[in-house]
Design a protein around this ligand. Structure first.
Ligand code: GUN
Length: 285
């Protein structure tokens, strides 16, 4: 019998806790916590993400500053905005929605965000600190996965964790977090030989590949915990993850569904990071 890791429920519970932290901060410091959300262009998926981020801010009592720039904005215009937000004392977190239009140098623009306001946890300083196990702002999706494992009492210490996918946003920080939590970690990717055997060794299997139903039942060990970071459409246009949920579920002790698993945790962790950023800035961390 498998148990479902209910990301939607956990995200709601966490938002209540975050709201209470945000309210406490606002009362004590006489100012609201601020998150600046920057969207350049009109990518439809990005518009949905940004709208949901602003909605989440309202829910937890964080003040959102929303900036929408046209797709053909000059790099200097975007840079000027980010520099202004970096200096603004009422802005605790800055989020530049990705992808940016192709003519803009995303690396150069993201580098302008000071590490203490980098609520995505993408900066060199924050990723470097994660690597060395120091306190820092951590990328939202993998940090959300760790919260799920913690809240459901899934042990990581001494366990074998396999992360499939090596992106800078999910796979790599995920591996670091699991390693820092005393798991024995393997990172697999498109060039991995014998992927099936690697996956079969996993007590905790994290799928962050970006291919619909890629993880099949023959790749999962009996009793494994399976975390599905994927967000794809299947052959009928229905939302599905990187794991073939129906085929895999009965082999698992825990499994996350799609939708309703990792997805709802990501934006909640952005709220969590924004609260952390405000507290850290206050105490000068
Ligand atoms: N686009 C897709 N995922 C993300 C994310 O986590 N952060 C930002 N800034 N943009 C994204």
């Amino acid at each position: 019998m498998y148990a479902l890791i209910d990301g939607k429920k956990l995200a709601q519970e966490m938002r209540v806790e975050i709201k209470s932290g945000v309210d406490g901060f606002t009362r004590k410091n006489g100012r609201e916590i601020g998150l600046a959300v920057v969207l350049v262009g009109d990518d439809p998926a990005s518009q949905v993400y940004v709208r949901n981020k602003i909605k989440a801010c309202e829910e937890v009592g964080i003040k959102s500053f929303s900036y929408r720039l046209p797709a053909d904005s000059a790099e200097t215009e975007v840079e000027k905005l980010i520099n202004g937000l970096s200096a603004d004392k009422n802005v605790d977190g800055i989020l530049v929605q990705l992808p940016l239009p192709k003519h803009l140098n995303a690396d150069k623009i993201l580098k302008l965000i000071p590490a203490e306001k980098d609520v995505d946890g993408f900066s060199d300083e924050n990723t470097g600190k994660l690597l060395t196990g120091k306190d820092c702002l951590v990328a939202c999706t993998p940090n959300g996965v760790m919260k799920m494992l913690e809240r459901y009492g899934v042990q990581t210490r001494g366990k074998r964790a396999v992360v499939v996918g090596r992106s800078n946003i999910v796979g790599k920080p995920m591996a670091m977090l699991l390693l820092n939590a005393d798991a024995t970690v393997t990172v697999c990717h498109s060039k991995t030989e014998n992927l099936k055997n690697e996956c079969l060794s996993a007590d905790i299997l994290v799928a962050a590949i970006g291919r619909a139903k890629f993880i099949t039942a023959d790749m999962v060990k009996d009793g494994a915990t399976v975390i599905d970071v994927g967000m794809n459409r299947d052959e009928n246009g229905k939302l599905c993850g990187d794991v073939d949920f129906e085929a895999v579920k009965d082999k698992c002790s825990y499994i996350t569904p799609v939708p309703g698993g990792v997805g709802p945790m990501t934006i909640t962790m952005l709220m969590y990071n924004t609260l952390q950023a405000a507290i850290r800035r206050k105490v000068g961390l």
